[in-house]
Design a protein. Structure first.
Length: 213
């Protein structure tokens, strides 16, 4: 078995922070929006896709300098406020105790994923087993990223379990032929289930869902 973790919203509680920064960013540039509106619009998208959507919606578009400023603002907030999702450290410790391999497969850019893991004290658990959308031709909901992770770690898709919190990520895992658990503590449980996930609301539930409790 290989357990593949999404990062944002699954390993680290980053999404409320990102949504807040994005809302402040667009509001300062003529588009009044709330953090919840940012989350609804951008969840499950790559940073490149987010920038393209901002380009289409912001009055006057978005400059390369503004893109850099947005990325820096997110990084600064992460360094000050980012925390691991409750129960993640205990879950990873339990998986490591059972010698079950783990990895990360995220839509976010690699430097942001690395920063997130480092700030939350998770980086040592994953080492080089961190995969991002920039490494494959198509991001989620295409299965490419999950298949790339499985292939790199010499695991057949049927032996992989993905932990996701977005319908897009769930659909990618299903398309890859992998079992998927949908973390619904702060997400729509119905939508995750409809996309093909077995849903749960606490990380302490995962071992049981994996048949390891």
């Amino acid at each position: 078995m290989l357990v593949i973790f999404d990062c944002d919203g699954v390993l680290v509680d980053s999404e409320p922070l990102v949504n807040r920064v994005e809302a402040e960013f667009v509001s300062a540039r003529g588009w009044s929006a709330t953090p919840s509106e940012m989350g609804a619009l951008f969840k499950g998208h790559t940073f490149e896709q987010t920038v393209q959507m901002l380009e289409a919606r912001l009055p006057g578009g978005i400059s390369k300098v503004a893109v850099y400023e947005l990325a820096m603002a997110i990084a600064q907030v992460f360094q000050k406020e980012l925390a691991a999702v409750p129960g993640v450290h205990a879950l990873i410790a339990a998986l490591r105790e059972r010698e079950i391999p783990i990895c990360v497969a995220s839509q976010s850019v690699l430097p942001r994923v690395r920063l997130s893991l480092q700030v939350c004290g998770l980086d040592s658990f994953f080492g080089d087993c961190v995969f991002t959308a920039s490494m494959v031709a198509r991001p989620k909901p295409a299965p490419d990223l999950f298949l790339h992770a499985a292939r790199t770690l010499a695991t057949v898709p049927a032996a992989c379990v993905v932990i996701e919190d977005s319908p897009s990520g769930v659909r990618a895992a299903v398309a890859a032929g992998m079992k998927v658990l949908g973390y619904a503590a702060a997400e729509n449980q119905v939508l995750l289930g409809e996309a093909g996930a077995t849903t749960f609301t606490q990380m302490s539930d995962v071992l049981g869902l994996l048949g390891l409790s």
